[in-house]
Design a protein around this ligand. Structure first.
Ligand SMILES: [Zn+2]
Ligand SMILES: [Zn+2]
Length: 372
């Protein structure tokens, strides 16, 4: 079958920016050097671009995991144009299709099953999506956002203004235009491009399938460092309405911290989180599936299999019982005085169920760890 036509503009942008970043920037660093102000500003711009994509394009607009004040949306819209990843409307449309038809080579725009190169950058180099390039049916909700509409309409000028204007202004102000164009212009853009592209490529190939193995998405703590917290991609593909990707407090997810901090400043609200019990049950189910798959290949494992299933059911029952009573306690705390609730029978029951659940979790962990 004939391959779709090459999109020369995209290829030229990727190639030229990459060559300048890989050859001219190191050469300039060796022969001329970059000072701390230039490096700090380039780093700031890199973070601004990355977070505009992760917090803005991805978690705000594509998935609507929270609501944001217009000023923040405006900042993200400019940052997205600076990151040169097409308009919010286009990006979100692609991304919603990616979630809905993940790994379907015919529909998923950056299906990881097409391989690393395709899902990383190849999908943007040929007219694979030409048939639906202007089809924005799945983002009609976003067309009510004046900032999204404005950014889409003026995308080209905004992208040029941000990508040329900022490095030029900074260079003139700081007194070294070439250094600024190389570092803030080219190097920042290439770093920003490829770290975001890793979410479509590496985050679907390298890491653990903690919650599901029905798609290729992976959880990867290392990748989270390169992608502003988007490395917990297996979780994200299951719980896409959650404003977090790394759900534990120690999970490196600066995008989550930014959204949360903005809530304290009154810039974001209605942050959505997935029900804890649902998350825990999905994880346990996956552990059970993996343990079973290991056991069936071993001889005389029938007894262990039965025991594993029993322990699983006990754990699920205890989770259900605990979360029901926890909900009641929270209601009571809302309606009554704290001291009254603390001394109630309900509280005694609650503490007991909590202890039992902790014990059961521990024994489940030991058992599944032993099974490898
Ligand atoms: Zn997503
Ligand atoms: Zn994905």
């Amino acid at each position: 079958m004939k391959k779709p036509n090459i999109i020369w503009l995209n290829v030229a942008i990727f190639l030229i920016t990459f060559l300048v970043a890989a050859v001219a920037v190191p050469y300039r660093a060796l022969t001329h050097g970059f000072d701390n102000t230039e490096i700090t500003f380039a780093l700031f711009c890199f973070i601004y671009c990355g977070m505009s994509i992760t917090a803005g394009y991805h978690r705000l607009w594509s998935h609507k995991t929270y609501q944001a004040h217009w000023s923040l949306r405006f900042i993200f819209a400019l940052g997205g144009a600076f990151a040169l990843q097409n308009s919010i409307q286009h990006w979100s449309s692609d991304h919603r299709i990616h979630h809905k038809h993940v790994d379907n080579n015919d529909i998923d725009p950056y299906s990881a099953k097409m391989g690393f190169w395709y899902s990383h950058i190849g999908w943007m180099c040929r007219e694979y999506q030409a048939h639906r390039y202007h089809d924005y049916k799945n983002v009609r909700d976003l067309q009510k956002d004046a900032i999204v509409v404005w950014q889409h309409k003026h995308y080209l000028w905004l992208a040029l203004l941000m990508n040329i204007g900022i490095p030029v202004l900074f260079g003139l102000w700081h007194g070294n235009l070439i250094n600024s164009l190389l570092l803030v212009g080219f190097f920042r853009l290439v770093m920003s491009h490829h770290t975001t592209f890793f979410i479509n490529s590496l985050a679907h190939m390298w890491g653990k399938q903690t919650y599901t193995d029905k798609n290729t998405a992976r959880d990867n703590g290392y990748l989270a460092y390169l992608t502003f917290g988007e490395g917990y991609h297996n979780f994200h593909h299951i719980f896409e309405n959650d404003y977090r990707n790394g759900i534990r407090w120690w999970h490196f997810d600066p995008t989550k911290w930014l959204i949360k901090s903005c809530q304290w400043l009154g810039l974001t609200k209605n942050l959505r989180v997935s029900p804890e019990d649902k998350v825990e049950k999905m994880r346990i189910e996956m552990t059970l599936k993996k343990a079973k798959a290991k056991l069936v290949s071993q001889p005389n494992a029938e007894q262990t299999l039965i025991y594993l299933q029993q322990e699983y059911e006990l754990l699920i029952n205890k989770i259900n019982a605990y979360y029901i009573i926890r909900k009641k306690v929270l209601h009571e705390k809302h309606d009554h005085l704290l001291a009254e609730v603390e001394n109630s029978d309900l509280m005694v029951q609650y503490k007991e169920l909590k202890c039992r659940l902790i014990e059961q979790r521990r024994s489940w962990q030991l058992l599944t760890e032993k099974l490898g």
